[in-house]
Design a protein around this ligand. Structure first.
Ligand code: SF4
Length: 106
């Protein structure tokens, strides 16, 4: 019963949004991660992988970027940004990088 109510509420939100001509994507606009955010700073996040701190992160290479990191939610990418599992709820740049970068499994 409870699940059914939630389902029906989701359907009505969809109906109202689409009837009003609001693209559903704008309902869930992704907030971009601020590179000055304390967690972003602690992991050396940059929106441009070529600008990563090479002294601090000697293992970084320019071919490492969010778009080929396993934490990047490619399916939800919009305008070059997508959510990252490490920075919950925030969008990171496809061309960005941070020290938590982990090669996406092929
Ligand atoms: Fe980008 Fe991966 Fe760091 Fe997330 S964990 S910011 S996707 S490099």
């Amino acid at each position: 019963m409870h699940k059914r109510r939630i389902f029906l509420r989701s359907i009505s939100t969809f109906a109202v949004a689409t009837a009003a001509g609001i693209p559903l994507s704008s309902l869930a606009a992704l907030q971009k991660l601020d590179p000055k955010d304390p967690q972003a700073v602690s992991l050396g996040y940059t929106e441009d992988t070529t600008k990563a701190d090479k002294k601090k992160y000697p293992n970084h290479t320019a071919s490492q970027m969010c778009s080929n990191c396993q934490f990047y939610q490619t399916a939800q990418q919009e305008d070059g940004y997508a959510p990252c599992t490490i920075f919950a709820g925030k969008g990171v740049a496809a061309k960005g990088w941070c020290s938590a970068w982990t090669k996406k499994a092929a």
